[in-house]
Design a protein around this ligand. Structure first.
Ligand code: MF3
Ligand code: CO
Ligand code: CO
Length: 271
C-alpha cells in the first residue's frame, strides 16, 4: 500500500481482504444486536453484548480506550448526533438509536453504524431514518474512480436539504484501513467537482448525520456526547466502502437485512 498525492492510502489486494474481514465482524455485530433492542434494556447492556460478540470473533472493539473513550461501541439516542456513551439509561417505546461499531482484526479496521427503533416510532422519526439511509445509498452509488469527494458530499446535501432536513457539518466520514481515522475527511456536504479525486484502492467511510431541525451540534460535559443544539432528532448510517476499478464494494453490508425500520415504505435495500 502507498499514499497518493493527496496523502490518501491506496490499498492492495491483501489489505482489501484484511479490511473486508474486519468489516464483516462489524456488520455482523449490528445484525446480531437487533434482537436485543426492546423497552427497558440499558444501552450499557447492549454495549456488553456487542463487546462479547466482537471478542468471540477474535476481534477488538476499536473505540474501547480510543482517546479515552470508555466503551466498545457508540449508542446515540434520539437527539444525540453521535458518540453517545452506553450507560444505565433504559430504552423506551418510541426511541430511535444509532449503534456504531468499529472492529480491529489482524490490524485492519472496519467501521459501520445503523439506526434501530424501539416499539412504535413516530412518522417524523421514520421519515428521518429513511431520508438518512437514502442519503448514504445515494452517495455510495456515486463512488467510482474519477468522481471527487465533493461530489459525494454535494449529493447528500442536495437530497437531505431537498427533504427539508439538515446535514451535520461538525463530524465527517474518514479514510480507514490500517488505522481508524485516516485522510481524507469525507464531508457530507459541499460542492460538486471539489476535493480530492477517488481512485481504485481507496477505502473510506460515508456516515451522514441528518437532523430534523438545524445542523448545529454541541458536546456535553462528558466530552464525547454530541447533541443537536435545538434538541431536534438526529439519525445516522455508516458504511465502509472500497473503491474498485468500476464503482465500489460496500464492505459492511448487512448479512440478514434486519436493520431497516419496520414498516418503512422503502424497499429493504441489500446494503
Ligand atoms: N465509529 C466512529 C466513527 O464512525 C468513531 C467513534 S470514536 C469514539 O468514526 F471514540 F467515539 F468511539
Ligand atoms: Co467512521
Ligand atoms: Co463509526
Amino acid at each position: 500500500m502507498h499514499k497518493n498525492k493527496d496523502g490518501i492510502y491506496i490499498y492492495n489486494e491483501d489489505a482489501y481482504l484484511g479490511i473486508k474481514k474486519a468489516c464483516e465482524i462489524a456488520s455482523k455485530t449490528l445484525d446480531m444486536i437487533g434482537q436485543f433492542i426492546e423497552p427497558g434494556v440499558t444501552t450499557e447492556q447492549l454495549d456488553k453484548t456487542c463487546h462479547d460478540f466482537i471478542l468471540a470473533h477474535n476481534s477488538v472493539p476499536a473505540t474501547l480506550g480510543y482517546r479515552g473513550y470508555p466503551k466498545s461501541c457508540c449508542i446515540s439516542l434520539n437527539h444525540v448526533v453521535c458518540h453517545g456513551i452506553p450507560s444505565k439509561k433504559k430504552l423506551k417505546n418510541g426511541d430511535i438509536l444509532n449503534i456504531d461499531v468499529t472492529c480491529i482484526l489482524d490490524g485492519w479496521y472496519g467501521d459501520t453504524s445503523r439506526m434501530f427503533t424501539v416499539g412504535d416510532i413516530g412518522l417524523k422519526s421514520k421519515r428521518l431514518i429513511e431520508i438518512t439511509h437514502n442519503a448514504l445509498i445515494l452517495a455510495i452509488k456515486n463512488v467510482a474512480p474519477g468522481k471527487t469527494f465533493g461530489d459525494l458530499g454535494a449529493e447528500i446535501q442536495e437530497y437531505v436539504e431537498g427533504n427539508k432536513m439538515s446535514v451535520v457539518r461538525d463530524f465527517c466520514g474518514h479514510g480507514i484501513g490500517s488505522e481508524f481515522h485516516q485522510a481524507p475527511n469525507v464531508l457530507h456536504y459541499g460542492a460538486y467537482h471539489s476535493g480530492p479525486k477517488l481512485e481504485s484502492g481507496m477505502c473510506f467511510t460515508i456516515e451522514p448525520m441528518v437532523n430534523t431541525g438545524r445542523p448545529e451540534t454541541k458536546i456535553l460535559n462528558d466530552n464525547w456526547t454530541a447533541v443537536t443544539r435545538d434538541k431536534s432528532l438526529s439519525a445516522q448510517f455508516e458504511h465502509t466502502v472500497f473503491v474498485k476499478k468500476e464503482g465500489c464494494e460496500v464492505l459492511t453490508r448487512s448479512h440478514n437485512n434486519t436493520f431497516f425500520p419496520e414498516g418503512a415504505k422503502l424497499r429493504r435495500d441489500s446494503v
